[in-house]
Design a protein around this ligand. Structure first.
Ligand code: ADP
Ligand code: MG
Length: 696
């Protein structure tokens, strides 16, 4: 029988392991660093390193690696063994405090957006003691931050940690104003729900587009997609179920709180949700989860696709970033309590988020911008590119009452009557769900739904943390001076809601009317990454990040360039893949099929010249026309790709790739899909959408 409690965290140097392997004093010092952010002395680090090594070796590790999250989006690791030579050609296993605290990977192969000149290609990784070390494939993995020789952040974790510190600082000021002298630390809590697709590995291997790009670049619609809504929460197929079971067990070993699993809307699409953790750990765990998902799939003859839009015509995948703030005394600051109207502190925090989202719509959009996610945002399945907030009936009523000065009329929560004797009645969730909203209040947390499935959630979270901290800082400036805090806070909430209520929208975000209405309200509609990214370096944003020491101006510029460049590179790879498939597989396949048809026509005629093989002739003509058109589109795409070579500016280049290259790829695809629909399945060179989506 599976002993889950015993298995849970067995690959992690967690609190229990620390207690067991560390001397009491060292444990206490390390805990202070973890819990209160106190710096760690090198002598203590030496003791910790030794204990970690002992634990790791006992658990089968021979190597260690600094595990970090460069701006490529995936995690990076470079493995060193513990061995150290002694006399007589023998070795001992060693690991020092210095090796634990600091690593020096050659940074020149990681994107830096021009921060790091090649002559100082050295980069440093620095141990993040707030996230537990763990063993993966025989290596002790030490979560680290990654920065340049001159100290600029080259990774996703550093700004996240900085933003958590700054949010803590500003939130504490607000708590103090409200007389809370007990709380010493405020942290963000994050629970990312991860969507993914599973496809058969044998089918996957037949598709260059999936192999090189993670998404299909061609593929006619299958007769059945998701229109029957029969997949969502449907019973899980045995092969998928075996995968999910294995996945849970692997994740539990890493101390990841994998909790919920179910089928998603699209065929072959599934979701995994963990129990929330602090922002930093949730981020590390999500990165690890994505890696484990892929590995476990291989074992089952499957491939896990994390791309935001692997298939056109069915839903793409996202990551719902559930976000809240909580005190070290265990209070959730976004818990509205029984009577939110009277809960002034809650209202102040709520107002801060409303204002932050309104003032920094651009940053929220930038935080989820990627070549993959662009296919999803704005399609009628995922939140639109327009940022807005959903508050639900209860909080909307609270705000109405504040603005009008009238009584708050919520009363108790409505009871849901099931009208069957045997079923219990229950109270309804006060935040009735609006699944179309990008930033929804869901009971006691906010759910940011625009994040892409393949993205590192650090980015969305450091942006949210910083913008909320910025507003809290301003609120604290005002409230700290107030004589009557409650009255001043009420007034502040009212003023904030009046100024920023345009960001609140409880209706259907997928509707055409909302696009018009949002434009009237003056909300941004940044449809693609090339539209959004140039705003990263606006005066407003530079001032925001530098004021709170989350990013320097140099770091912001580098991030903007890295993202723009990555976008252009991805579309370039996609275009080259599409061209390769078109020229090497599709054109020959269609030509061969046309020839087959032509032979049929002549064979039929040779039997009896009176017979008219109309069906074949018509199909032949049709395919021949399509093929001519296809070949023309190939040369157009060829030219579009070449045209990018002359553009030097990153922003201009990304825009070019979107408007010329991506657009041209789509035209090429349309013709290919039409040909596929008119050909015999055997003659088409790739497994069809139907096979990919329904064969597992
Ligand atoms: P769904 O959105 O699918 O209906 P839930 O609302 O139950 O699911 O929860 C989704 C996610 O929100 C889970 O990962 C859960 O751990 C996370 N979550 C719950 N409470 C908090 C919180 N206070 N802070 C951050 N995340 C939370
Ligand atoms: Mg959700």
């Amino acid at each position: 029988m599976l002993n889950v409690p015993e298995m849970f965290g067995s690959a992690v140097f967690n609190d229990e392991a620390m207690k067991k392997y560390l001397p009491k004093n060292t444990y206490k010092d390390l805990k202070q660093t973890i819990d209160d952010g106190k710096p760690l002395d090198i002598n203590i680090a030496n003791v910790v390193a030794h204990a970690m090594k002992e634990w790791a070796i006992e658990n089968g590790a021979t190597h260690y690696t600094h595990w970090f999250q460069p701006m490529t989006g995936i995690t990076a690791e470079k493995h060193d063994s513990f061995i150290s030579p002694t006399s007589g050609g023998r070795v001992i296993m060693e690991f020092s405090g210095k090796e634990l605290i600091k690593g020096e990977p050659d940074a020149s192969s990681f994107p830096s957006g021009g921060i790091r000149a090649t002559f100082e290609a050295r980069g440093y990784t620095a141990w993040d003691p707030t996230s537990y070390a763990f063993i993966k494939d025989g290596s002790l993995c030490i979560p680290t931050a990654f920065c340049s020789y001159t100290g600029e952040a080259l990774d996703k974790k550093t700004p996240l940690l900085r933003s958590m510190e700054c949010l803590n600082r500003e939130a504490l000021r607000i708590l103090r104003v409200f007389g809370d002298n007990e709380t010493t630390y405020v942290t963000t809590t994050v629970g990312p729900e991860q969507e993914y697709f599973l496809v058969d590995k044998k089918m996957y291997e037949k598709r260059k587009d999936l192999i090189y790009c993670g998404r299909t670049l061609f593929g006619a619609r299958p007769p059945k997609g998701q229109e029957l809504d029969d997949h969502y929460f449907g019973s899980i197929k045995p092969r998928v179920s075996a995968y999910m079971k294995d996945l849970d067990e692997e994740l539990w070993k890493y101390g990841i709180l994998a909790k919920t699993k179910h089928n998603e809307v699209a065929p072959a699409q599934h979701e995994l949700a963990p129990i929330f953790d602090t922002g930093n750990i949730a981020t590390d765990h999500n990165q690890l989860t994505m890696e484990v998902m892929k590995k476990v799939a291989e074992k089952h003859g499957l491939v896990c696709l994390l791309h935001e839009k692997p298939f056109a015509g069915v839903n793409g995948s996202g990551k719902h970033n559930n976000w809240s703030m909580s005190t070290n005394t265990g209070k959730n600051l976004f818990d509205p309590s029984k009577n939110p109207r009277e809960n002034t502190r809650f209202l102040v925090f709520l107002a801060a988020v409303i204002r932050a989202v309104d003032e920094h719509q651009d940053l929220l959009r930038i935080s989820v911008a990627s070549a993959g996610n662009d296919h999803r945002l704005g399609a009628n399945e995922a939140p639109p590119a327009i940022m807005s907030m959903y508050l639900g009936d209860d909080l909307t009523e609270v705000l109405r009452s504040i603005l009008s000065g009238q009584e708050y009329l919520a009363g108790g929560r409505p009871v849901m009557h099931t009208s069957a004797e045997v079923l219990p009645n229950f109270t309804m969730d006060t935040s009735d769900r609006n699944r179309t909203s990008p930033f929804a209040f869901t009971g006691n947390k906010f759910e940011f739904r625009s994040v892409g499935s393949a993205e590192n959630i650090a980015c969305a979270n450091f942006m949210i943390n910083t913008m909320v901290a910025d507003v809290l800082s301003d609120f604290a400036d005002q409230l700290e001076k107030a004589k009557d805090v409650k009255a001043a806070a009420e007034e502040l909430v009212k003023k904030t809601v009046i100024e920023h209520k345009r960001i609140i929208f409880n209706g259907n975000n997928y509707s055409e009317e909302w696009v018009e209405e949002a434009a009237k309200r003056g909300l941004l509609n940044l449809r693609s990454l090339p539209d959004a990214l140039p705003l990263y370096t606006s005066a407003k944003n530079i001032s925001l990040f530098t004021k709170h020491h989350v990013l320097t101006e140099v770091e912001i510029r580098s991030r903007r360039d890295v993202l723009l460049e990555k976008y252009s590179k991805i579309i370039n790879i996609e275009a080259l893949t599409a061209l390769d498939m078109a020229k090497k597989d599709i054109v020959p396949a269609v030509s061969a099929y046309i020839r087959e048809l032509a032979e049929t026509v002549s064979v039929v005629k040779s039997v009896d010249p009176e017979i008219e093989p109309n069906a074949q002739t018509e199909l032949l003509k049709k395919l021949n026309n399509l093929l001519n058109c296809f070949v023309k589109k190939i040369s157009e795409l060829d030219r579009a790709v070449v045209g990018a070579k002359d553009i030097k500016d990153e922003a201009e280049n990304a825009m070019y790739f979107k408007e010329k290259v991506l657009a041209s790829m789509q035209e090429l695809r349309a013709v290919a899909d039409e040909m596929e629909s008119n050909m015999s399945a055997k003659a088409w060179p790739y497994p069809s959408y139907g096979t990919l989506l329904f064969s597992v």
